[in-house]
Design a protein around this ligand. Structure first.
Ligand code: COA
Ligand code: MG
Length: 315
């Protein structure tokens, strides 16, 4: 790789970190799974415009490839191809055959987060937290948790309590809709009519625990119109972004989870209206025939910060 490319990548990584820190919550519109066993996919990911990558050692990797995939990922993340975006590694369950070695390898690769699959309750997260402490992992290394078992759904309350604890590493919940459908028999129809109540519960719980919440994947990666709709639906449900399986899904996810021009114009109008001298000290004002309260001012400021972070990210 030429030096200029390396420099560009370093700059992009810096800009991304800045955008992440400046935001009330980091940008995670598009979070791409990349199977650690797939050399071509690994080679491609640094050139992609996703906000985060989840390198997968779990279900995207066949049992007989687990060890080789772990080694490939370790080498890859130590090399020049390491992407500049937020980096997460999904390990196998700690209670299983590969999990502990995965965790050791992941910790050594200095990712931003480690994604725990098939958790049932808070104990799974606390165990991973304790194991990372034993490995002297920095507190900045975060844990993400898949919500994809019926038990995890029922234990959402105690799970998100961990998000309230500033010392805990839990930062993000990820919907695992394929596993949830498999474990429950709930249908994954394109409109997700039957799955939606559980997705909304995840969002509600995530907010209660101050956690980011990401929607599950859309398996049909060729129908991008349907995918764009699914992203808009996920945004309307309150998700921060969508987990993806294919590069073609990145553009539509980035677009759907970004504020539109109209959203930005409306937010600016709210901020400007509250800045007027006559509105100082007023809790509620009238704007274009609508009541606007200070909570809408907070929302407008958050939206504008998000729009700014996206602009920075895309420069
Ligand atoms: N990350 C990075 N690159 C990817 C990718 C991914 N998730 N999925 C596909 N690509 C690359 C391919 O390697 C190919 O690269 P090339 O242009 O250098 O040849 C290009 O994108 C086009 O891929 P395409 O031929 O359309 O798809 P495919 O048949 O190679 O792969 C899947 C289809 C579904 C097998 C693949 O996208 C995949 O494995 N996705 C992730 C699955 C996963 O992680 N599941 C677990 C979480 S749900
Ligand atoms: Mg799963």
């Amino acid at each position: 790789m030429g030096q200029s490319k390396a420099l560009l990548r370093a700059k992009r990584r810096w800009a991304m970190k800045w955008a992440m820190q400046d935001m009330p919550s980091p940008l995670r519109r598009s979070v791409l799974y990349v199977p650690a066993s797939n050399e071509k996919a690994l080679a491609k990911c640094a050139s992609l415009d996703c906000d985060a990558v989840v390198f997968d050692l779990e279900d995207a990797v066949a049992p007989e490839q687990k060890v080789a995939a772990r080694e490939r990922l370790r080498d890859f993340l130590a090399g020049d191809g390491r992407p500049g975006c937020e980096i997460v590694v999904r390990i196998n369950a700690l209670a299983g055959d590969w999990g502990t070695e995965d965790l050791l390898a992941a910790r050594a690769a200095r990712p931003d987060g480690i994604l725990l699959p098939k958790i049932d309750g808070p104990k799974d997260i606390l165990d991973a937290d304790a194991a990372l402490d034993e490995m002297d992992a920095p507190r900045a290394l975060k844990l993400w948790a898949m919500i994809e078992t019926p038990r995890a759904m029922l234990n959402l309350g105690p799970i998100v309590e961990l998000g309230q604890n500033p010392a805990a590493r839990l930062a993000c919940l990820v919907a695992g809709t394929n596993d949830l459908a498999k474990e429950t028999g709930i249908s994954l129809s394109p409109d997700r009519r039957h799955m939606a109540p559980f997705l909304l519960q995840m969002v509600m719980a995530g907010r209660a625990g101050n956690l980011a919440v990401l929607d599950g994947v859309s398996n049909d990666f060729r129908d991008l119109d349907a995918f764009g709709q699914a992203c808009l639906e996920a945004r309307a449900m309150g998700f921060d972004g969508k987990t993806l399986i294919h590069p073609a899904q990145i553009g539509p996810a980035n677009a759907a989870f970004a504020p539109s021009r109209g959203d930005v114009a409306e937010a600016r109008a709210v901020v400007d209206a509250f800045a007027l001298p006559e509105n100082q000290g007023r809790g509620a004002i009238s704007l274009g025939g609508r009541m606007v309260e200070r909570l809408h001012l907070d929302m407008a400021q958050t939206l504008l910060a998000r729009a700014r972070a996206i602009e920075e990210r895309e420069q």
